[in-house]
Design a protein around this ligand. Sequence first.
Ligand code: NAI
Ligand code: 15L
Length: 277
Amino acid sequence: PSPRTVLLTGAAGGLGTLMRELLPSYGYTLRLLDVAPVEPLPGRDGQEPAEETIIADLADRSALREAVRGVDAVVHLAGISLEASFEKILRANIEGTYNLYEAVREEGVRRVVFASSNHAIGYTPRPRDGDPLIPVDTPHRPDTFYGLSKSFGEDLAQLYWDRHGIETVSVRIGSCFPEPTTVRMLSVWMSPADGARLFHAALTAEGVGHTVVYGSSANTRLWWDLSSARALGYEPQDDSEPYAEKLIAEQGELDPDNPDHACVGGHFTTNPPIWPH
Ligand code: NAI
Ligand code: 15L
């Protein structure tokens, strides 16, 4: 049976807020978890019952057990989403994801959708004209401690499948924001609507074991191979190309001699943005 009740971790964040808006139309009832306050969605104040919300840190294992109790699946977005000290990444992303999988195992939840990132393979050279798309089994080449934590999360998911039979789709998300704002994002952008399509496919496809997919729209300038995502039933509907002319006029084409533009991870490989908290 397809999952109906889904725990959405990281619900107060950017992607969490977008998925909170979009996933219910696929028939899911969401339970929300974040360490930060989860605000009412704009325009919905008092109009309908708010989703069940749990304010808890991923370090709190008893809160995680309660949060996953009775859900059909987890969409795991919570964590540090930029570069930070190893100690911070260790606590939130590495131990935090381990704590979540332990709660999932203990409570018998069958499936997780894990928000991995392109930064798990960030030092992979970006394809130039005529190069093949980057395959999903390309080796991990994390560009930051942040990217390293996503490599860890993918391996953890593999372990929990092989040892405990817990299914995961690890989605190496490119950039999921309302619109692409850089020339790099023309290649890696995932529209929020395609993000919801992909998460829905990842929640409902049968027999996924541990499957790794790239998360992006059907961009004309795509860098990676979406075939494992399409095999789940994902049919992206969007393409960043309508934004290309304006962005290239403002920023120029990606410069082959600029190290910021050499690899998939972009400026994460040279000067990563730091988590502000
Ligand atoms: P975000 O930074 O806006 O949201 C992350 C949320 O996780 C925040 O609300 C934060 O309070 C929560 N969080 C952080 N540490 C926590 C902890 N210890 N316990 C409980 N909650 C905690 O990030 P965004 O953009 O929404 O990304 C969501 C997820 O998707 C992250 O795991 C990120 O690494 C991943 N991702 C996002 C991409 C994007 O384009 N938005 C690209 C690739 C990966
Ligand atoms: C990520 O993993 C970040 O969480 C997100 O904020 C973006 O920077 C994205 O990668 C990207 O590569 O654009």
